[in-house]
Design a protein around this ligand. Structure first.
Ligand SMILES: Cc1cc2nc3c(=O)[nH]c(=O)nc-3n(C[C@H](O)[C@H](O)[C@H](O)COP(=O)(O)O)c2cc1C
Length: 335
């Protein structure tokens, strides 16, 4: 049997197969972070398409933690009802639902928002120079992640992922390219990982479900992190997380060479170091996924853009190799 279709667990969460929908911002929320009808069509469609877990797009824990003015938010109790509609509909469609909790830091492009970061260094000339966070302000953001986790639990998510990748706030703390602080949050790797650790600890006070983090394992800069340093960061929080979702880039502007599975070397290295790993990157081909699973490069494969154009990727494959997995309502049409 294809390993793709074997069930597996992240902590105690059973996933029916190894294909996970990657978090992808859709910029379809209103300007207050609320769910719109778009989300109620978009996410359940991928769930009917057969993925085992959907990780909802970066969802902001504060208004100025949004990447754009049309990101989803979870900074108010009023957000809970709409988010619950997404989760309930995804569950009905047979998939599990996670949420990626996020703060954009210096990469926030919301009009008139106060832009914050570990250090007063802009992402590029097109972005505002951020305000360097005080210790008090850092503690407030940690609390915002905790409050978001309380809401995520009320909504009924199956998993929380902390966005520590792509050059957003947590990644800005981790990276020597964006963090030039001289206090306990800057300098060596243990200090630069402190904010991530505090966020995870705060979430764990209120959330005992599966907890993953997304990291940028490679920063594509000679003075930035590679997998070796990323592993040092991960070792600081190993006891707090259940899996690592391995991505790359985004701290500085850099265009890597992209080919099918271009981020899998990093994923494999992290898996070999003893972490459960969700890997991917420009994946298009079921055989490629199957081989990566068979060769123990990843535990789960994430698919992003392929699922935007081809929401039924998993069902199409199941129809060929395991027809009983195709949901009954659709199966009838193949008989
Ligand atoms: C439209 C779009 C939005 C994205 N938004 C997010 C996001 O919210 N959080 C995140 O961690 N990655 C985000 N990503 C990155 C994807 O999760 C994924 O890592 C990337 O697209 C590579 O995988 P793919 O080649 O299968 O698409 C986004 C990618 C795209 C194309």
């Amino acid at each position: 049997m294809m390993k793709i279709f074997t069930a597996y667990y992240i902590k105690d969460l059973e996933l029916k197969n190894r294909i996970i929908m990657a978090p992808m911002c859709m910029y379809e929320s209103d300007d207050q972070g609320f769910v719109k009808p778009f989300h109620l069509a978009h996410y359940p469609a991928r769930a009917y398409g057969g993925v085992s877990l959907i990780i909802q797009e970066a969802t902001a824990v504060t208004p100025n933690g949004r990447i754009s003015g049309n990101d989803l938010g979870i900074w108010r109790d009023e957000h809970i009802e709409g988010l619950k509609s997404i989760v309930d509909n995804v569950h009905i469609a047979g998939a599990k639902m996670g949420i990626q909790l996020s703060h954009a830091g210096r990469k926030c492009s919301v009009q008139d928002a106060k832009i914050v970061a570990p250090s007063a260094i802009g992402y590029s000339e097109r972005y505002k120079v951020p305000h360097a966070l005080s210790i008090e302000e850092i503690k407030d953001i940690v609390e915002s992640f905790k409050s978001a986790a309380i809401r995520a639990k009320k909504v009924g998510y199956d998993l929380i992922e902390v966005h520590a990748a792509h050059g957003y706030l947590i990644n800005q703390f981790i990276s020597p390219l964006a963090n030039k602080r001289e206090d306990i949050y800057g300098g060596n790797i243990a200090n630069r990982a402190r904010f991530l650790k505090e966020v995870l600890l705060a979430i764990k006070e209120v959330w005992d479900g599966p907890l993953t983090i997304r990291v940028s394992a490679e920063e594509y800069a000679s003075d930035g992190h590679s997998v070796k340093e990323t592993l040092e960061v991960l070792n600081e929080v190993k006891h707090l997380i259940d899996a690592v979702n391995v991505s790359t880039g985004g701290v500085i502007y850099a265009v890597p060479e992209v080919y099918e599975g271009y981020q899998l070397k990093a994923a494999e290295t992290i898996k070999k170091a003893g972490f459960m790993v969700i890997g991917g990157g420009f994946i298009r081909n079921p055989h490629f996924i199957e081989n990566a699973l068979q060769e123990h490069k990843v535990d789960f494969m994430f698919l992003g853009r392929e699922l935007l154009l081809n929401p039924y990727f998993v069902l199409r494959l199941a129809k060929k190799v395991k027809p009983e997995l195709v949901i009954p309502a659709y199966r009838r049409s193949f008989d």
